[in-house]
Design a protein around this ligand. Structure first.
Ligand code: NAP
Length: 335
């Protein structure tokens, strides 16, 4: 038998996620690759999908979108990416239902793991690095980024935020990191001594951002929080600046006077990896996956693992993934 994580209704992930047993998969057909999973990440987006699930048919919905493992078999006549072969280490994304011992993946979602990249990094090799690459592209869509303009990101201590900082440093993008606590700021300063960090727990934090930016334009803000924090970012942005929202952690809405948009001529954009999957041309997706593999190879130290759990400790793993102050991604080893 094979074990898989599913939910049948929306709600608090620790309450509604459960592990079921099902028959082991048959041999893969054409276009498919059978992967024996070795680890998968618990991303905030996975848990948001569970919370927001509107269905109530009682049918099990498989959870997760990304996993790493070893190729067990490839369907006859199936074209595969370079390095994908029986016995090879691979990462699978996007695959709805990746939180499973066995994964019957579409061949186009299976990517070989570079030699020297450990399983703990391979398990996080695609979703977050592709997000960082996508956000870099969004930032560089503003003409000043890479020149005199400054980029700001909030939740900078997150898994995505650390990768974005590494990417920005590699591409000479001036960055100001914003986190919510002084504890998080201290951790980031230690990690990236050259990148200014501001903690919003201090009342004067917006002035601290202005000091860090100096005379240069604050052209783009990348924000996965929203709410009141996003309102403050709009105030901080230079005229003609862009706010890119890529998450929804704040409960409250973003509230803005129209005059702010009007007089500052700002751009507000939303960006998600869902858009990346649906709107990005295939050749760009292939190049972004190559960039993600490069990030996994060159920035291994930024793929921290908060903790590793077994399938038997699923609720604990989910709880840990939502814990404030955690550094890194929670992984599950399914065997
Ligand atoms: N749009 C997309 O396609 C996409 C793709 C990947 C990720 N994301 C989003 O990116 C964000 C980060 O993901 P991740 O996996 O990197 O997360 P993560 O490693 O779990 O880190 C979460 C971070 O968010 C901070 N945080 C949580 N609630 C906050 C709040 N109310 N105000 C300020 N900071 C808060 C935490 O700060 P503390 O350290 O202080 O607790 C922590 O640094 C999530 O919102 C996720 O949904 C979006």
């Amino acid at each position: 038998m094979s074990r898989r994580v599913v939910y049948t209704r929306g709600g608090a992930p620790a309450d509604v996620l459960t592990v079921i047993e099902e028959p082991e998969p048959a041999a893969p057909g054409t276009g498919q690759v059978l992967v024996r999973a070795t680890a998968f990440p618990v991303h905030p987006g996975d848990l948001q999908a569970v919370e927001a699930y509107p269905g109530n048919s009682g049918q099990p919905v498989p959870a997760g979108v990304e996993a790493t493992g070893v190729v067990e078999a490839i369907g006859p006549g199936t074209p595969v990416a370079p390095g994908v072969a029986p016995g090879a280490r691979v990462t699978v994304f996007p695959h709805p239902g990746a939180w499973s011992q066995w994964i019957m993946a579409a061949a186009r979602a299976v990517v070989a793991v570079p030699a020297g990249v450990p399983d703990e990094v391979a398990a996080q090799m695609l979703v977050n690095p592709i997000t960082a690459v996508m956000l870099r592209r969004e930032a560089e869509a503003h003409a000043s980024i890479g020149y005199d303009g400054v980029l700001l990101q909030t939740a900078a201590g997150s898994s995505v935020g650390r990768l974005l900082t590494a990417v920005s440093q590699a591409h000479d993008i001036s960055l100001v990191n914003v986190v919510r606590s002084e504890r998080g700021a201290t951790e980031l300063r230690h990690r990236f001594p050259d990148v200014p960090v501001v903690a919003t727990e201090h009342a004067g934090w917006a002035d601290d951002v202005r000091s860090a930016v100096g005379d240069r334009p604050l052209s783009v803000a990348l924000d996965p929080i929203g709410g009141k924090l996003a309102e403050s970012l709009v105030d901080l942005l230079t005229p003609g600046g862009t706010l890119v929202c890529y998450g929804q952690m704040a409960a409250e809405p973003i509230s803005l006077p129209a005059s702010t948009l009007l007089h500052k001529s700002l751009t507000l954009r939303g960006r998600s990896i869902g858009h990346w999957m649906s709107d990005t041309p295939l050749d760009r997706q292939v190049s972004d996956v190559a960039a993600a593999k490069m990030i996994a190879t060159t920035a291994k130290d930024q793929f921290d693992v908060a903790a590793t759990y077994g399938l038997g400790d699923l609720a604990e793993a989910v709880d840990h993934a939502q814990r404030p102050g955690k550094v890194g991604t929670v992984l599950i080893r399914p065997w």
